[in-house]
Write a protein that binds this ligand. Structure first.
Ligand code: LLP
Length: 429
């Protein structure tokens, strides 16, 4: 489900008219549907209802304080990858005791900060890091809770930049070596507590099969680690994919009903149905680290068309958002539906490229796509931009970061002001 639909000829987020938001706050503008975020969180929570579990939202997908606060009030935990993300979670009212700290390159300052705040677990990516955390914890005279990330060598069949569970990826410790590492850690590292095991095979998985394969492969290992070292949790990572195509129609439950089961291999209900029996009976807490599933389809990036340019070979629609605002098409060939805020009359579509103002050929949102023939002055929504949209935005070309608005029912709140030019140069000499 998501909260975007046409009402009276204008695209709305819940009960708020997006044309009005674009006029009031300017473009480019990120808009999030609070109701959608809560719906996704609740549905995942319910799909896992049969087992002891914790949903640790992956902050990197969308780290706006108001989004974090919304999830914190639902009792979410958080999966963080930096001291900065931990700082945000705490500021948003989240509990550090429900934070897992992932990432291959944690610095001393970050480790100290996380230990001081009492996080639930470090998800450790290498033996060198494990030894370093042990050393820092020793200096602070505390015990650091850790889980090592196992690389199960399973093919997630997703884009190569977001596939992480194969041996050739930089993530985790090889499946074959991990038991030996736990045994040595238990014997040699007095300042760590082996609290769990973690895995994550990749992002934007659109089939449940790789999840099943990884869980089945790793479960016997988890059982042995529990027996030998008394681990308490198993994090199975994030990675649940979302529908990027047809993202407007797919907000209507009828759209899904028509397409199940053939066209839609991964739904949250199927994820739960397949995984719960395979994860139950372990006597362990199962941690999930979803990012994109919670927020991806809950956000759009509004942008206004500035010019149309009919070249010899192509038509270009030039908009005021660029790859600095939403880098997914340039970086991963990510697909985002482009939906005019004024409901298009049934008419002849055009084939065009939608491009941004940045001086790079990679600065496009789509190429040769058939779409409604929106005109300069009109605004459009880049759909499914709630995950890895704003968090990956930059000041490239000295463009200010966009504002962010959170919609809850009839109410729209600016939850991040648009950057000013002064903000951009603050701190420079
Ligand atoms: N856990 C770990 C250890 C991760 O590395 C990630 C994502 C997640 C959880 C959350 O994954 P999700 O549920 O969101 O798939 N910027 C890329 C995605 C990068 C994902 C990085 N790791 C994109 O825009 O597609």
């Amino acid at each position: 489900m998501h909260g975007f639909s046409y009402k009276n000829g204008s695209l709305h987020c819940e009960n708020v008219d997006l044309n009005e938001l674009a006029a009031q706050y300017g473009t480019p503008l990120y808009v999030y549907s609070g109701g959608t975020i809560l719906d996704h969180f609740t549905r995942l929570d319910q799909a896992l209802a049969g087992i002891d579990h914790e949903v640790a939202y992956a902050v990197k997908a969308n780290s706006n304080l108001s989004v974090l606060r919304l999830l914190a009030t639902q009792g979410a935990g958080f999966d963080i990858v930096s001291g900065g993300e931990l700082f945000r979670v705490i500021r948003a009212g989240g509990d550090p005791g429900h934070c897992t700290f992932a990432g291959v390159g944690k610095t001393r300052d970050e480790i100290v900060y996380a230990l001081e705040q009492g996080i639930y677990s470090f998800n450790v990516e290498s033996e060198a890091e494990l030894r370093y955390i042990n050393q820092v914890a020793g200096e602070l005279e505390v015990i650091a809770p850790v889980a090592v990330r196992v690389n199960p060598n399973v093919d997630a069949k997703t884009h190569k930049y977001i596939s992480t569970g194969k041996s050739e990826n930089k993530f985790g410790v090889d499946f074959e070596k991990i038991e030996d590492l736990y045994a040595r850690a238990a014997a040699e590292l007095p300042n760590i507590r082996l609290r769990g095991l973690q895995m994550h095979i990749g992002s934007q998985l659109t089939s449940v099969a790789p999840f099943i394969e990884a869980v089945e492969k790793v479960r016997p290992l988890v059982e042995r680690l529990k027996e030998r070292h008394g681990i308490e949790f198993w994090s199975i990572g994030g990675g649940i994919g979302i529908v990027y195509q047809n993202s407007l129609e797919s907000g209507d439950p009828a759209w899904w009903n028509d397409r199940l089961p053939e066209d839609l291999p991964l739904t949250i209900e199927r994820y739960g149905k397949e995984l719960v029996p395979r994860l139950s009976g372990l006597g362990l807490k199962i941690v999930l680290e979803p990012g994109r599933y919670i927020v991806g389809n809950a956000g759009v990036l509004l942008t206004r068309c500035l010019y149309e340019k009919k070249g010899a070979a192509k038509t270009f629609k030039i908009v005021d958002a660029g790859m600095n605002d939403l880098i997914r098409p340039a970086l991963y060939e990510g697909h985002h539906e482009i939906v005019p805020l004024n409901e298009p009359a049934a008419g002849t579509p055009v084939t065009a490229d939608v491009v941004g103002p940045i001086c790079e050929s990679g600065d496009f949102f789509c190429q040769n796509r058939e779409m409604a023939d929106f005109q300069p002055g009109e605004a459009v929504a880049l759909m499914s931009a709630g995950a890895y949209g704003f968090t990956m935005a930059s000041n490239y070309n000295s463009r200010p970061l966009p504002a962010e608005v959170l919609v809850e029912g009839d109410t729209a709140t600016v939850v991040r002001k648009r950057q000013t030019l002064e903000d951009i140069i603050a701190g420079e000499l």
